[in-house]
Design a protein around this ligand. Structure first.
Ligand SMILES: [Zn+2]
Length: 301
């Protein structure tokens, strides 16, 4: 469905001696010049897509990330085949990225605070959401509940993985239900939307953050623009489905430049922790008051 939107490869290549052309301002730059700025164009602030490893390195405390569940790999329950078999597509994605799924998940600290994190890698089958990705997200949430810590998902995804059909769609409700458990424990979930966050991912966990932040210029939506235009039969406004448009229309909470994400996360998680303590103290005070009332009633009786 979104194939036409994603053909343009915006990932900065790692090969040395490579010159990069910014797709936004068309400047030609030496790759190191871009890399040193966390893969953001120094001329126009265009945020290039980055892989999960680089994303994790840009957010967590150095050396604190411990990967979990990297042994989970997709199976092919439907024996699905389109132009290629699903099995073949998995093998190719594995060879290309060295990963067995489109997410990396694990435990880390951010400014010393324990955090569970899940990061999408768009290079693995368009960051699509399949059974393994859903399971890794739920396990991350479960760990956050056990450790009573915050939870982050960094999305970069074309949506549900069509090769897993209903198994893939089920992950939307499975992850949403797990986030509800986290919510009832009073633990924060921060959703970070990066280019692109589309389809079933945007229609489930990505939009369920206590705070939803996005990188500048990220494409965020459910259906692709072409499909919407054909359906509604009118021209779509300028900047439609980009972070700035979504912020203006109240769908996300903030746009944060890549270089400021770590600091913003640390600040927010500290605020949540303080708030949780205040709520807990208030609860205890309420309990004390109730018990006192019961005691008084008993004495009077
Ligand atoms: Zn640029």
């Amino acid at each position: 469905m979104f194939g036409n939107l994603f053909k343009k490869d915006e990932v900065v290549h790692e090969t040395p001696n490579q010159w990069i052309k910014c797709p936004k301002c068309t400047s030609l730059m030496y790759y190191k010049e871009v890399e040193v700025q966390q893969n953001v164009c120094p001329k126009c602030n265009h945020h290039f897509r980055i892989n999960a490893e680089k994303r994790i390195a840009s957010i967590v405390d150095e050396g604190s990330f411990v990967e979990m569940d990297d042994n989970l790999a997709p199976v092919d329950p439907l024996k699905f085949s389109d132009k290629k078999s699903y099995k073949k597509r998995i093998e190719e994605a594995k060879a290309k990225t060295g990963k067995t799924s489109s997410v990396m998940s694990g435990s880390c600290t951010i400014d010393g605070l324990d955090i569970e994190i899940v990061v999408f890698d768009f290079a693995f089958m368009g960051g699509s959401l399949g059974s393994v990705e859903g399971e890794k997200i739920v396990r991350g949430i479960t760990r956050a509940i056990k450790k009573e810590c915050g939870f982050i998902i960094v999305s970069a995804s074309g949506g549900a993985r069509m090769q897993e059909s209903t198994y893939s769609l089920l992950q939307m409700s499975k992850t949403s239900a797990a986030l509800n458990r986290l919510h009832h424990k009073g633990l924060p979930f921060i959703s970070i939307l990066t280019d692109p966050t589309m389809g079933g991912v945007s229609a489930s966990f990505a939009m369920l953050g206590d705070i939803i932040m996005a990188e500048p210029g990220a494409l965020i939506g459910f259906a692709g623009q072409r499909v919407i235009k054909q359906t509604v039969g009118v021209d779509l406004p300028e900047g439609f489905q980009r972070s700035e448009f979504l912020l203006e229309h109240g769908l996300i909470d903030m746009i944060v430049d890549r270089e400021n994400i770590r600091e913003t996360l640390a600040g927010l998680f500290k605020l949540f922790k303080k708030e949780k303590k205040v709520i807990e103290v208030e609860k205890v005070q309420e309990d004390v008051q109730e018990n006192e009332e019961v005691l008084e009633e008993t004495i009077e009786a």
